[in-house]
Design a binder for this molecule. Sequence first.
Ligand code: THU
Length: 160
Amino acid sequence: MKEITITTRLTVFDNIDELPQDVKDLMHLAVEIRKKAYAPYSHFRVGAALLLDNGQIVCGSNQENAAFPSGLCAERVAIFQAGAIHPEAKIVKMAISAASDVNETSAPIPPCGACRQAIAEYEFRQDSPIEIYFSGATGPVYKSDSLKDLLPVSFDKKFL
Ligand code: THU
């Protein structure tokens, strides 16, 4: 028997203004699309903006449903849209902004497990890392250089 230790690494920006200009612009788009979320049940709005290697930007917000599990997170709305419209393009950067209509969200809000698995599929498929930046309504922004830093020991097609 032996143990293995897996380390992960995140970069912390104190606020949106500390981000490089291109990421700041992407995060502002995530904030704008977040405001258009359809979240009448949770009152929790999430926006995601993707920069593709062809220069295109694709955005998504969470879309809820009265049959709760039928809704979809912002991150998956965005990446599935990118996959559908720009199947040949690589996703280079992803900015995520989350905010509650009823509570303060000053902590960075990370993508949920299901979204991490979905993002992993795209990262494996394109064989290049996706930078992921995530934030709350205010406060710091966390960055992972790759989805692998958010989902170490992930399941992928090589196991099939
Ligand atoms: N949500 C996202 O859009 N992304 C996540 O990574 C976590 C959760 C949405 C789903 C649901 O509409 C609301 O936030 C509350 O869970």
